[in-house]
Design a protein around this ligand. Sequence first.
Ligand code: NDP
Length: 489
Amino acid sequence: MVKIIKYILAIMVPASLIGGGIFIAVMAKNIQVQKPVLNIQNAEKATDIAPVAIIGSGPAAYSAALYAARAHNSPVVITGNKIGGALTETSYIENFPGRSKVLGTQLMSDMQEQAASFGAKFLQDTIDKVDFSVWPYVLHTEGGKTIHALSVIIATGSTPRRLGLDSEQKYWGKSKGVSTCATCDAPYHEGNNVVVIGGGDSAMEEASQLAKFAKKVTLVVRKDHLKASAIMQDRLQEYPNIEVCYNSEVRDIKGNDTDVTHVELYNNKTDETTSLEVQGVFLAIGHTPNTELFKNFIEIDEQGYITMDGRTQKTSLPGVFAAGDVEDHDYKQAVVAAGRGSIAALDSERFLRDVGFSTAMAEQLKTRFFDGFKDETLKISLIKTIGEFDDMAKDTGKALCIDFYAPYCPSCMGMLPAVESVAYQYSNQANFVKVDLTQSSELAKKLNISKVPCFIVMKEGQEVGRQDSAMSKKELYDFVGKFVEYSKV
Ligand code: NDP
């Protein structure tokens, strides 16, 4: 449950400039929140400095990076696990002004490139802890790096909501049948029956994606009408194999312990429960903002969104800004997030100027700017045939790690850089190879791979570990570590 910090009053010592710094203390309802002293001399002593640290890699983050970079504020973007954010899991975007029809992945890589061309730097890592009680603000990454940020823009987006059923957890993952990403998993449902739960734009999009592969898609909507926009509703007409079940709720997901086999469908109008045979369950029931990391430092509302100060992108803490789905209750559009990101960067620019961060100071601090971008990686080779696999699987005293992926799978492509980084870290204990599922059906069959990403660890020619869902760098590191710590090398 997200803790809500309610401020009764405001500023005990008004934002007064004291010796080049701003001191603000705030009383919250039950706790006293002491905001840090914003003394530019602290920045002069710090190392690994980022004038603007941007957390996230969706449209809000990239747009903020573009604006901050053009203002010569040397932004560092910490991209998180899913580089490019939620848009990399949709198909075509048709409502981003100036782009008539563009793949989500393409739009995000273009935005990143544009920001990079003005000097924005990107760190492929995830922030796992922050300390906003001291300034410069401290950000810790999963990869063990620390950044001292003069200003922070939070653009961490939101996470797809779940129903909360035990059975949903039991059958979670594409190999079992419950998913939130039709773009990733629709090809695995060729000829299947599936349900999509939800009546919003995401549900329309998921249903249309699935209808290209599945025999039948049942859209389960709890009300007697759809919430989706008219244009997205119209799209359903293109697919005769989509049926909409109104006033309906999935009350349970049933299976044979390995795969989903059917769902229990409750009709809230007739009070009847029926059983529907399906092999896939897709959730499209909205999102929860990703604010957990920040809840002890900034004001978060009852629904978990970061509270904004009027029409600015300021949070309750000076120098910390937020943009995009993490603060947007209503609109949640790529173009809106991009606009908010640009405002956050403009707000941060004003903040930096107010605390005394000047061009001259930037020049003076330059040698102590954060520079930990070099993530050591090992290029891993692609194998295609059973012969190549047999050669690699011979007992060399090292474990063999095989990453099965497919170019059409966003979570696979997002995981590849992590695999290369972990391959470097374990280069003494394990050999790593990758296999493109679309080019190596025989090998996939031999190793019983039907879904990607699928990561296998082998020792002495035997499979000892398998994970068939996407992993972060840390998860991958820990997963491989379970099998290689007893390696012979
Ligand atoms: P929404 O909040 O718009 O819709 C969520 C849907 O899920 C609603 O129909 C809601 O029902 C239903 N729902 C919520 N909780 C449950 C539950 N526990 N059980 C069953 N049903 C439930 O979320 P979306 O992700 O669809 O969209 C978010 C935003 O992103 C929107 O602004 C949308 O316009 C935008 N978007 C735009 C796209 C595009 O333009 N291409 C594509 C995808 C999203 P109820 O109506 O009863 O609350």
